[in-house]
Design a protein around this ligand. Sequence first.
Ligand code: URA
Length: 212
Amino acid sequence: MRVHVADHPLITHKLTYLRDKRTDSPTFRRLTEELVTLLAYEATRDVRVEPFDIETPVAPTTGIKLSNPKPLIVPILRAGLGMLEGMVRLLPSAEVGFLGMQRNEETLEAITYANRLPDDLRGRQCYVVDPMLATGGTLADAIRYLADRGADDITAVTLLAAPEGIKAVEEALADLDIPINLVTGALDERLNDKGYIVPGLGDAGDRLYGVV
Ligand code: URA
């Protein structure tokens, strides 16, 4: 997996306010959207494009446009929804699929409890969005789910990542021979014994949407 830590000062500045426990939910949601737009800029560096002929008021020229099939953005429910708007703002013609995944704590198997995705993802570039790469279990399962349906280029976009999570995703997906990328706003120190990222920002879903 190719890992890119997007440690631009503006990203780190916004992340600092996001991490702060005094930041309320409306501000947290707004900062998340702003951060995702900045991360999406990095994450789409290799988005597929094709030549596109146009005429300016002065002369004909050839630019580029996004290729078909258009990229697919896949937020992992629930916290990934908070990142969707920022992604779509940068990629308005992308399609959006949804994946709800939860771990069965006894078997450690991922349960897919919601899925609104095309069955056939052959030739698709996919952008999986989930704020926290913690243990890596859900992200690894989501990437495999997309790869099994034919996605041939997958980029995960996270606000924060833990070293343990990156290692776990790399190990779990070692057999996949498609490009897999991670773009994250910061690489934090570690996981604590409850699986939270340290220093992290707490529970991203709760901070976005409250405790339900
Ligand atoms: N999920 C979260 O929301 N926060 C963490 O720190 C880890 C997983």
